[in-house]
Each structure stands twice: as structure tokens, then as C-alpha cells.
Design a protein around this ligand. Structure first.
Ligand SMILES: Nc1ncnc2c1ncn2[C@@H]1O[C@H](COP(=O)(O)OP(=O)(O)O)[C@@H](O)[C@H]1O
Ligand SMILES: [Mg+2]
Length: 235
């Protein structure tokens, strides 16, 4: 099983958006896929609830600590046949939770929004991951994804330099787009929504898929080969 952790100290930066789109991509390619939602807000599980029953199945596991049992009694169970597991982390994970997540992860995606405050917070978070999380020692690969980018991506340049100076990867810029909002609302990923309308988003997501494919045991097909699934609600 290959496990991808989507994490940042900040909220609202696109962790759930990237986690759900990644899971949908694997599922559409016929790869047995599961998501573990560690966020008490349960956004990934809510996204899965929106997903139509006929869409390729993604197993949802509720890993968030909370009082009173949570959304559903999904539990933390992940089916043994799972080949791709995506972990959606909460904002500001405690050191203890971070350790738990890092024990599971093969790769970490760190989304960052374009504000200077978010960028500074992310630089500190990356330092913490390396120092406290022992990411290098554990041989976990880590990469940064600029999210909700405007057409000018100059604001990210200092972060890109910082990330590269640490020999980590700066993968891609995902532009601010209504397509991601639609994906969040419908339970479909960008690879399941009309190909023409999502061409730009699919292209900018590619570097994430290629980078993950480097050590993923489940072969990831190129998006050109993705089965085109267009559901009436998503088109
Ligand atoms: N690239 C994007 N373009 C437009 N809206 C986005 C984009 N990425 C995320 N969003 C929206 O921003 C909000 C926060 O994103 P979310 O993925 O829930 O962040 P997090 O999980 O880090 O808190 C959501 O409403 C989501 O639909
Ligand atoms: Mg979230």
C-alpha cells in the first residue's frame, strides 16, 4: 500500500481539495483507494458522502479524535486490498499526531496558499517536519504544492527557493478555480468532471501524480488514459 499524507499547519489551504482529488484520480483508474480523515471537521468524509453511489468507490475511514462518535461509525478500518491510501490531516496537528501520521506516510504533500503569512507559516512548518518529524531520517519524500494561485505566481518565489534549498520538491501551482469548488460540492474529482472544462486543472495536477508515481506500487495511468466519467450532477 502506498500512503500519501496531505498536511500543513494552516487551515483553508487546500489539504482536503488535494486529498479528495488525488483519491478520486486513483479510484477512477481502478486502483483500490481509501481516505483517512484525521480532521475533526470531517470535510473528506463529507465529500465522500456527496459522492454518487455509482462513482468509483473510495473507502472512507474516520480517524479524527472527537467526542461522541463522529459523523458515522466508520471507524479507522482500511480494507486490506487498499493500494492507495490518502491521509487528510487537520490544521495545526499536535506533535503526537504528526508522529502518528509520519509513521504511516510514504510521501507528504504540503499545500500552501499565496498570502505572505501562509507562506511564512509553511516555511516554519517545513522546518518542524524536518527537525521534529525526522522526515529525512524516515525516508519520507515531501513536496510543496502552491494552491489557489493567481495568474502571477511571483509571490511563491521565496518559498520555492527555500524549498529547493532544503532539497525538497516544489511541484506545481494549482490556480484558483471554480472547478475545485464544484469538485468539493459534488463529491467528484477534477478527473471525473467534464474533460474540456477541467483541462487546465488536470494539466496542473499532473506533476503531483508523476511525483507520487515514482515510488507508488500501484501503477498510475497518465491522465490521457483516465476513464472519462461524467455524471449529470458533475457536468
Ligand atoms: N485551487 C482552488 N481554487 C478554488 N478554490 C479552492 C482551491 N483550493 C481549495 N479551494 C476552496 O478553498 C476552501 C478550503 O479548501 P480546503 O481544501 O477545504 O482546505 P483545508 O483542507 O486545507 O482546510 C474550500 O472551499 C475549497 O473548495
Ligand atoms: Mg480540510
Amino acid at each position: 500500500m502506498n500512503t500519501t499524507l496531505v498536511m500543513n499547519a494552516k487551515g483553508g489551504v487546500g489539504k482536503t481539495t488535494i486529498a479528495t482529488n488525488l483519491a478520486s484520480y486513483f479510484a477512477v483508474n481502478g486502483v483500490p483507494t481509501a481516505m483517512m480523515d484525521y480532521d475533526p471537521q470531517g470535510s473528506s468524509l463529507r465529500w465522500l458522502e456527496q459522492r454518487a453511489p455509482e462513482a468509483p468507490h473510495i473507502h472512507g475511514a474516520d480517524a479524527a479524535p472527537r467526542n461522541g462518535g463522529g459523523l458515522k461509525s466508520l471507524g479507522r478500518f482500511v480494507p486490506h486490498e487498499t493500494r492507495q491510501l490518502v491521509l487528510d490531516a487537520p490544521a495545526g496537528p499536535s506533535r503526537l499526531l504528526m508522529q502518528e501520521l509520519l509513521v504511516r506516510a510514504n510521501a507528504i504533500l504540503i499545500p500552501v496558499a499565496p498570502s505572505k503569512i501562509d507562506i511564512r507559516a509553511t516555511a516554519n512548518f517545513i522546518k518542524e517536519l524536518l527537525l521534529v518529524g525526522g522526515v529525512r531520517h524516515r525516508n519520507i519524500r515531501a513536496a510543496v504544492v502552491a494552491n489557489r494561485a493567481r495568474s502571477s505566481t511571483a509571490v511563491y518565489e521565496p518559498l520555492e527557493r527555500f524549498v529547493r534549498s532544503l532539497r525538497l520538491t516544489f511541484l506545481t501551482h494549482l490556480l484558483d478555480s471554480e472547478v475545485y469548488v464544484e469538485s468539493g460540492d459534488t463529491g467528484y474529482g477534477i478527473f471525473e468532471i467534464d474533460a474540456e472544462r477541467t483541462a487546465e486543472q488536470r494539466r496542473e495536477f499532473m506533476p503531483i501524480l508523476e511525483w507520487l508515481d515514482q515510488d507508488a506500487p500501484a501503477r498510475v495511468e497518465s491522465p490521457a488514459n483516465v476513464i472519462q466519467l461524467v455524471h449529470p450532477r458533475a457536468s
